[in-house]
Design a binder for this molecule. Sequence first.
Ligand code: AGV
Ligand code: CA
Length: 317
Amino acid sequence: MKELVLMDHDGGIDDLLSVLLLLTMPNIELIGITVTPADCFLEPAIESTYKLLQMTQKEHIPIGRGTFNGVNAFPSEWRARPEIVNSLPMLINLPPSPDPYSLPTAVDLMIASLEAAEAPVKIIMTGPCSNLVLAIEQKPSIATKIKEVIWMGGAFRTPGNVQTYQHNGTAEWNVYWDPIHAQKLFELELPLILIPLDVTNHVPVDKAFLSKLAKQAKYELSNLAAQFWALTVDNIPSYHYIYYMWDILATSYVALEHYFVVEDVQAEVVVRPPNAGQTLLSNSPNSRRVKIAVDVDKEVFYKYLFTQFKADFLAIP
Ligand code: AGV
Ligand code: CA
């Protein structure tokens, strides 16, 4: 039987690329996708998600709309990206997607999908973790249906990527958006593996990668992925381009688990300034044991991407 997978993403470019990557995996069955309005505005991100499913003939996969808003909003310029994605030539003329408000809420969909699942489910989260924690708070019994939670989040022995007022730069954005539910996630003691900046820092998206991907653009999926990544080049106010395989690396863990170096650590989530959202290694009473990825076989990872993005849309299993 195929591995059951539930995804929660937050509409960033690499989140949408992660949806595509998941769809190329032959050994999994994607049972639902929920969208958190964090690094995106909800409606266009749902449209992007639906369009990607349409393109791959998978529009039967249910989508849930996140209704919870975190305490520390993402910058609006980042959140507007899915609008551009929806206007790309390969996406703009697809049939209209459903009214987002006709969809179930993310929490309801998570509860329903987990309850209906006939085998334990892997949950991949590439945005904040609020929806999952809210779903478990509402229906604690679903926790027994969870095989593993893979979360792109945190920064342990490396600086964070939040640069804003009232902050000292130690937090990663997915945790910072909603530190309270992140701390609650730790306290739930689920089988949790974090893919933090400690490991994603090893896998940048650089121009050499983009150039190599463009050379296989005769494959439609590679062409589309290359266009998505091109939209990130102006994303970070920096003189040289640095974007990371944040969510892509976390998603690849579903297929490449054995190529990651994983450590057990004891950590807590800080919920107050100046380091709200920091995943702090500590032995305080608030801390819990969690698994974190600290390294990955880079060669295997990049090779995997080049192979997967050669998949033919219509032949995707
Ligand atoms: O912190 C990484 C997370 C990932 O889930 N996101 C982007 C990825 O989707 C937030 C983020 C940090 N820096 C960013 C981010 C940037 N410069 N642009 C957009 N999003
Ligand atoms: Ca994300």
